[in-house]
Write a protein that binds this ligand. Structure first.
Ligand code: ADP
Length: 169
């Protein structure tokens, strides 16, 4: 059984085995939660990302995939980087968003992580509507077969928290 909860806060302050990053395919850093994770986690994370680019992801990490690095100075063992889809009003990309949660949990299982915190992937610069994103996130984590014991959705602001909390009820 995986317990699932939503909290309002800054994901870079989480004390968990793994923090999930809403990265972009370059893995070389960006704004939003990605920027915050690299800022607080320090240069070790980017160093790992550069190595991954050189060794396995020369063309970048594909949308819906996930990969782990050190968490640097964060109070976590790993950062799991996943690339959410850019929202489209004309094309259903919910499978790609679901894949981010599934693949992140698969990577967490490979690492042996038991506690994992997720941001609301794709709901910032990638413009996914919070309501749709929360439904996909909660449904996918609930349906996942994983050894992760505790999943926390960490929402930056109160409106996002309310949407996720309502979805969990
Ligand atoms: P994406 O490119 O996947 O849309 P963003 O980083 O732009 O990623 O936004 C994803 C979500 O993360 C947004 O809801 C944003 O408000 C939220 N966010 C930004 N900074 C943090 C943080 N420090 N902790 C938790 N969530 C954050």
């Amino acid at each position: 059984m995986t317990t699932i909860e939503a909290v309002q806060g800054d994901i870079t302050r989480e004390s968990v085995d793994a923090i999930v990053n809403a990265a972009n395919s370059s893995l070389l850093g960006g704004g939003g939660v990605d920027g915050a994770i690299h800022r607080r986690g320090g240069p070790a994370i980017l160093e790992d990302c550069r190595k991954l680019r050189a060794s396995h992801y020369g063309k970048g990490l594909a949308t819906g995939q996930a990969v782990a690095t050190t968490a640097g100075d964060l109070d976590a063992h790993w950062v799991i980087h996943t690339v959410g889809p850019v929202y489209s009003a004309t094309e259903d990309r919910s499978d790609l968003l679901a894949s981010c949660y599934r693949e992140s949990l698969r990577v967490a299982d490979e690492l042996g992580a038991r506690t994992v915190s997720f941001p609301a992937i794709s709901t910032g610069v990638y413009r996914y509507p919070m309501q749709d994103a929360a439904r996909i996130a909660v449904d996918t984590v609930r349906a996942a077969r994983t050894d992760v014991e505790a999943v926390r959705f960490v929402l930056f602001d109160a409106p996002a928290y309310e949407v996720f909390a309502a979805q969990l009820r």
